[in-house]
Design a protein around this ligand. Sequence first.
Ligand code: HDE
Length: 699
Amino acid sequence: MKKKTPNPEPQVGAESEFHAGKAGELHRTTTRREQTLTTNQGTAIADNQNSLKAGTRGPTLLEDFVLREKITHFDHERIPERIVHARGSGAHGYFEAYGNVSDLTCAAFLQEAGARTPVFARFSTVAGGAGSVDLPRDVRGFAVKFYTTEGNFDLVGNNIPVFFIQDAIKFPDLIHAAKMEPDRGYPQAATAHDTFWDFVSLMPESMHMILWAMSDRAIPRSLRMMEGFGVHTFRFINAQGDPVFVKFHWRPKNGSQSVLWDEAVKISGADPDFHRRDLYEAITRGDFPEWELSVQAFDQKTADGFPFDVLDPTKLIPEEMVPLRAIGRMVLDRNPDNFFAETEQVAFHPGHIVRGIDFSDDPLLQGRLFSYTDTQLSRLGGPNFHQLPINRPQCPMRNFQRDAIMQMEVPTGRVNYEPNSLNPDTPKENPESGFVTTPTLTSGEKIRVRSETFNDHYSQARLFFRSATPVEADHIVEAFAFELGKVATHEVRCRVLGHLRNVDQTLFSRVEQALGMEGQGYTIPPAREAIDMSPSPPLSLLSKARPTLAGRKIGLFISEGVDLAVFDQLQVAADEAGAVLELIAPRIGAVKSSSGVVLMPDHAIAAAPSVLFDTIVIATAVEAVKTLRQNPALLAFIRDAHAHCKIIGFTRGATALFDAIGIEQDTGVINIDTADGAMAYIDRAKQGRLWSRKKAGAS
Ligand code: HDE
């Protein structure tokens, strides 16, 4: 980081391409031919500042093809946004195989240790529109396109391992209920409203996913700090043709982390692009996000022994029953060059699959296999979306599909059918290397019936709640209290309480109490009595959190007269921990240290509330405190960080600020004036929040 400038001269801007002309107009300086602006037809444009008019003050002429072409193209810049997962951020990277799964699958990209496959990943929220904020309480999409040598494989998953519904036919209802209510057009990107809770309260199968959605998983700290799941059971097929069931898991290398709900609310105002910016900036500074891909592999016999159906997408398989087996890692190391062309136009589809991987009969997955191509027809305009650079396979692709809107290819020759005898060099099917569906015995009556094996709606919801740490359980209760507190219809709240009673008595009583609705929960007879399963610690984020500050942000507040040594020590400690140190000052202009060296802040305090940082340091000169005590943004900065249980480093001068807002110096408030103060602060910050402060009533 180059914060210090010995000579605080005003920065000279990049030399302008333009200069002001006579009538205040801008004129281009001499332009080389290859830089010349042209129309879409290649005609060079002489004047891009003025439309063609009859006289200097007269009406604009219809003849102006330069103006008309430019405006017409602009008028059509937007395409329909995704009906779900509209808000997303993406990046390029690679997947590196560990080469240890030939016993399970013959998928080419997984065979060789170290073999790299290009990928494009897109992370998204589900309910909000493309312009909605990054931190609503919501499920996150986690979609990865692998451009393998044998075709594109899309793993289109979520950051939660189960789903709300069991059958695809309920998806439009679920999404209608979750999105803005149709008469009033709000709330945007929020499930805290009547129609959502009305629907899920009538769909007991949604309760497991609801528990996850009310947990910290639904408000991730960063897209880089989320787990990902394929959700459905898939199958791997090895070279001998033997199938095995698999569940896919992504685990972030730097650990998972979430924000608090109060932070999410404030971040949504302070930086609606919090996640998108975080991903983009991390990749720009070379801190490449990384995940490990694992599978839980199990055979039919094992599946038959589970107390749930592996085809039911509202169920997961606890790791204690089937351990994870790591099969490779993904690194995202390149931002898109153009958001629209890549992140917006990318078309994922669970049906984009390669040899060695196969579907299961999960009825939700089966419905998805229809939906994703269908949606691209209206979103991307026709069936040639696979020709867009972001969607194009990076292996040979030859077939006789022809024409259609926006055809980019120019196929040659007379033959556009198979079999043919006129041209031996045209593409043909290949039984040796082609995709083969695993033969599976299937028979049955044609009926619309939900399998009885899908009937247990509460056991895994109970498992999830009982696997949460006390802090996480508190958050789940608080989330229910918030969401149901926004529901106006009393009966809907009573019905949800009825389900919670079936999930777990403690959860039920706590939510009932938090709502002030004691004794009002309905009695809902379960389709099947829930069973008690042993708690599974990996379901909790906090249980498996490891101490780290890697990829996290430290907000260092400085004032005039700050001791430069403090900055230097913190910078060294932050670098060692892989954390980013950002400077915040009363104003965005230069700040002089006690030794006269100039520091350039990254933010002014009014634009950088502490919710944007994982931990903060207040480094003020004693003389500056008198004025700083009058700075409401700074006081809110400290007060919020403390209430959010963050670790706070400080230099001597800051104690007067703590006194001003009545903050006690607990073990999470650390003086860094001592020789090893910066290191001690960083070590404590690596441990994460000081949760005991919350119990003490700080938030
Ligand atoms: Fe999707 N889903 N989905 N979904 N989904 C879409 O496809 C759909 C489901 C998921 O970044 C749409 O291209 C149906 C489960 C992600 O571009 C659409 C059903 C899971 C993304 C669609 C489901 C997902 C989508 C909208 C129930 C987790 C964003 C735009 C049968 C395993 C991909 C598009 C991206 C997007 C349909 C359920 C994940 C309409 C019908 C379960 C991550 O086709």
